[in-house]
Design a protein around this ligand. Sequence first.
Ligand code: HEC
Length: 181
Amino acid sequence: MRKFWLGCIVATVILLVTGFCYVRFGFVNPRADTPVNAIDRSVAMPALDASVDRRAPEIQNPLQPTDANLVAGMKMYQQQCSSCHGGYSHHQGMLADALYPRPPQFMEDSPDMPENQNFYILQHGIRYSGMPAWKQTYNDQQLWQITTFLSHMDKLPPSVSSLWKAAESNSGPLGPADTHN
Ligand code: HEC
């Protein structure tokens, strides 16, 4: 029995040392322009969802989805988020394929997580990805306005979507198509 446990300990130490050497001596690919690998897809991404689910406080959005709140959220989204997450007519953001992991493209895959979780992600960002922590830039009221906009992106009143369209055409190159002009 003693030999069995000794064998387990030696095997564990060998595994840990091999894992450490693999990471420490440069075998992990640092490039952002490669397809997302199977381990990240099947382990890291569900782990992120579980972690946000565990940590995001169970709070309610204090704002109503009035036109004023949606327009305020839209303007911040258009300025700060659309290059990564896509915009009104450029459904693929300029940086859609330039980051690892890929930023979700919200015009095609709407951000339908519970609002408290979107608010938490906006506040704190996501480490080891391009997603910044926006509480450095915006106060809670503004972050809730963006959160409200995210939950209504796929069902905006026409008054708000026409302003969004106009804001996009005023804000310069955003999508891959524009870079060829
Ligand atoms: C520089 C690129 C970049 C910018 C700018 C950016 N994001 Fe992100 N965002 C990302 C990436 C990359 C992810 C995916 C991270 C991951 O899956 O690990 C992400 C994830 C998210 C998520 C979580 C989505 C999900 O389904 O898990 C939300 C919500 C989000 N971003 C909203 C925003 C909003 C709103 C803004 C603007 C205020 C913004 N992001 C700006 C790159 C960006």
